[in-house]
Ligand binder design. Structure first.
Ligand code: ZN
Length: 384
């Protein structure tokens, strides 16, 4: 957690200085000061102006919490009542990489920072990929699948799953989760015996009570196919070892991830039964260049990216063409979305097609059902 404080401090300072150092203090500044205070209890200045003076001196002299690796510990945070050049540069990169406006709320900031951590991990694995492609890829898929399939899990299970990894640390996986202690008040809901439990849905992840009823974080991706009445809502006994997937990872990795794994597992089974026609299926190839790589026996390659948005305009906005280089080059690219979206919004497909025309670089738009039919047709044609 402590390495999370620094971005709040820089954003809080930036807001405060921009306002001409007037009251009220930005939430980010108060939040970070609170943490910094507990780390320096005895020596911490009694006033804010005293603290601002500190920020003029090198961080190494007063900042006891963890610093991000890309920040020089000998640099100050401010320079004559302005952000220092180092802090400004750090802030620019952060806002750029998290896609976050500086005015964002604390909650948005939290979401963006958690996302950013995931993004940093992918960046690190991609850098390691050329040295040890198979190992890195194996660990990345292990992680991705684990996050999707274990929205509520235990510290022991995380440790057991990742302790032998070479490129992933147990602590950073734990950091994608909130401790039960921290989120219990948000997630606990009684079972039929009145005992408080945590709940998750097989389709859409952790559930939380709203107006006295359990609800999904993204109910639109579950609404018409919700497995609640067929045993798809699982309860978890509350104990101190329990952890719950953070909201940012839930939205970013788990929600689309269920559809990705379903399609991937379907293709793998198809390959097993048609080994003479399907040569290879890979999940998240080359550390997530796209979602699924599919190679037929005649060397034709298809690439898939699976997207799930309720709003067709949002989906269209996300389509920027699928990576098509090196050993991942393909003949056909597909953006695939869940068929259920067509029923939820009239003209869904037409809106996506119309609004992504120039950006999607020739990729086809299909529902998951249409895509499966297209694969089966391809098999038929190869069988002659
Ligand atoms: Zn659900």
């Amino acid at each position: 957690m402590s390495d999370n404080i620094f971005p709040y401090l820089v954003i809080g300072l930036a807001k405060y200085l921009e306002r001409g150092m007037t009251y009220p203090y930005p939430d980010e500044l108060l939040f970070s000061l609170n943490h910094i205070f507990w780390a320096n209890k005895d020596t911490f200045p009694k006033t804010l102006s005293g603290f601002l003076k500190l920020t003029n001196s090198p961080l190494s002299q007063w900042y006891k919490l963890e610093l991000p690796q890309n920040f020089d510990p000998e640099a100050p945070l401010t320079d004559s009542n302005d952000l220092s050049a180092n802090a400004q540069e750090y802030l620019d990169t952060l806002l750029d990489e998290t896609n976050l406006p500086k005015g964002a709320s604390l909650e948005d900031l939290q979401l963006a920072l958690d996302n950013h951590k995931f993004f940093q991990l992918i960046k690190r694995l991609r850098a390691a990929f050329p040295n040890s492609p198979q190992r890195v890829q194996k660990e990345y898929v292990l992680l991705r699948r684990f996050l999707i399939e274990n929205p509520i899990t235990s510290l022991e299970k995380i440790e057991f799953t990742f302790e032998r990894c070479q490129y992933l640390q147990v602590e950073e996986i734990v950091d994608f989760y909130d401790s039960v202690e921290r989120v219990q008040h948000k997630f606990a809901y009684p079972d039929t015996n009145g005992q408080a439990k945590l709940w998750s849905c097989l389709n859409c992840g952790p559930l939380s009570p709203k107006q006295n009823e359990l609800q999904s974080a993204k109910s639109s991706s579950c609404s018409s196919t919700c497995p609640r009445h067929v045993g798809g809502w699982l309860s978890h006994e509350i104990n101190p070892q329990l952890v719950v997937l953070k909201r940012a990872i839930h939205l970013r990795a788990l929600i689309p991830g269920i559809a990705e794994l379903n399609l991937f597992d379907w293709l793998v089974e198809l390959m097993t039964n048609n080994a003479e026609f399907i040569a290879d299926v890979q999940l998240y190839p080359n550390v997530d260049a796209y979602d699924i790589y599919l190679r037929f026996a005649d060397a034709t390659v298809w690439a898939l990216d699976i997207k799930d948005y309720k709003d067709p305009y949002q989906l269209a906005n996300q389509l920027k063409g699928i990576y098509n280089q090196g050993d991942l080059k393909y003949q056909r690219g597909f953006y695939v979305y869940p068929a259920v979206r067509n029923q939820q919004h009239q003209g869904y497909r037409d809106i996506v097609l119309e609004n992504s025309k120039r950006k999607r670089k020739g990729a086809s738009i299909r529902t998951d059902e249409e895509f499966q039919i297209e694969v089966l047709k391809m098999l038929e044609s190869m069988k002659g």
